[in-house]
Design a protein. Structure first.
Length: 288
């Protein structure tokens, strides 16, 4: 055979990396974690890789490409016979366990990818950030006329979903459905919201305006509730609660914190007067 066609008995790390489809840095990492044994070194004290080293490196790359964690690959190779390049039959049970865990992980990843793609498709269809909310919330908003939801509505639903989960946000969405279908209700909502916002830090807690705005809020909430009942939206809320009880709605996306912790970590720019107004409105609602 012509000398130029005779392959080298050992190669440097750069050539080994190129052949295996990886990088010298990755190979050095394999050495550091004990996944790849240290090879012989040449006269220049640099690593030289032989045939067995290359075969093992190829197996490592193939296993890593399937998503198996490097620690699991190392464990799979731990029982190999000296000089062996692939796990022996005695390690089949260990490999099967690794593959079972990997398969479960991939199933979960596929489900997450489907969820992400659904959200992207919803955003493309709806042209808004509503597609980023949970499925149950976006489904609740599906029949709302285009352009009738405001960014502030979506912001509120996003915060509610983070604190109370998809069910809480989906029920709150009923409010925005009713407002979207009634320009008069929306206008009155805007007026009451503006009155509340006017209760800033310059307004004393015992200012008469506080009680007046609280009464206006209570009256509006009664009118809004009546409108939702008349439109049959309360039946949708009951259906949501039934789905929740049946386990058809999950807590996906809900914070792992308790509601109290979540509320405590969410900043609110409410003045003492406005907070007092909210308290009074709640008290009025409790009295019926």
């Amino acid at each position: 055979m012509h000398p130029s066609f005779v392959p080298p008995r050992r190669v440097k790390i750069g050539d080994a990396a190129a052949f295996a489809g990886t990088t010298p840095r990755a190979i050095r990492h394999y050495h550091e974690i004990g996944l790849l044994p240290e090879p012989e070194r040449g006269g220049d004290d640099r690593r030289r890789y032989g045939y067995e080293d290359m075969v093992r490196l190829l197996w490592v790359r193939r296993m890593a490409d399937t998503g198996i964690a490097l620690d699991d690959i190392r464990d799979a190779f731990a029982g190999s016979a000296p000089g062996g390049s692939a796990p022996q039959n005695s390690d089949d049970d260990d490999i099967a366990a690794v593959l079972e865990r990997l398969d479960e992980t991939l199933v979960a990843q596929e489900a997450e990818l489907r969820r992400q793609r659904t959200a992207v498709q919803r955003m493309r269809t709806q042209g808004s950030r509503a597609g980023l909310l949970s499925d149950v919330v976006t489904e609740r908003l599906a029949n709302v006329p285009e352009g009738s939801l405001r960014q502030a509505d979506l912001d509120t639903l996003l915060v509610t979903e983070r604190i109370f989960g998809p069910l809480g946000a989906a029920i709150q969405a009923t409010r925005f459905i009713a407002l979207a279908g009634s320009p008069d209700l929306r206008a009155e909502s805007d007026r009451v919201d503006a009155a509340e916002e006017a209760l800033d830090d310059t307004v004393a807690v015992d200012d008469p305006r506080v009680g007046q705005v609280a009464a206006e809020r209570h009256a509006f909430e009664q009118k809004l509730e009546a409108a939702m009942e008349e439109a049959g939206l309360d039946e949708g809320d009951e259906a949501l609660l039934d789905s929740w009880d049946a386990g058809e709605i999950s807590d996906t996306g809900q914070t792992s914190m308790s509601v109290l912790e979540a509320v405590g970590k969410m900043p609110y720019d409410f003045s003492p007067a406005r907070l007092r107004c909210m308290e009074l409105a709640v008290e009025l609602g409790a009295r019926g």
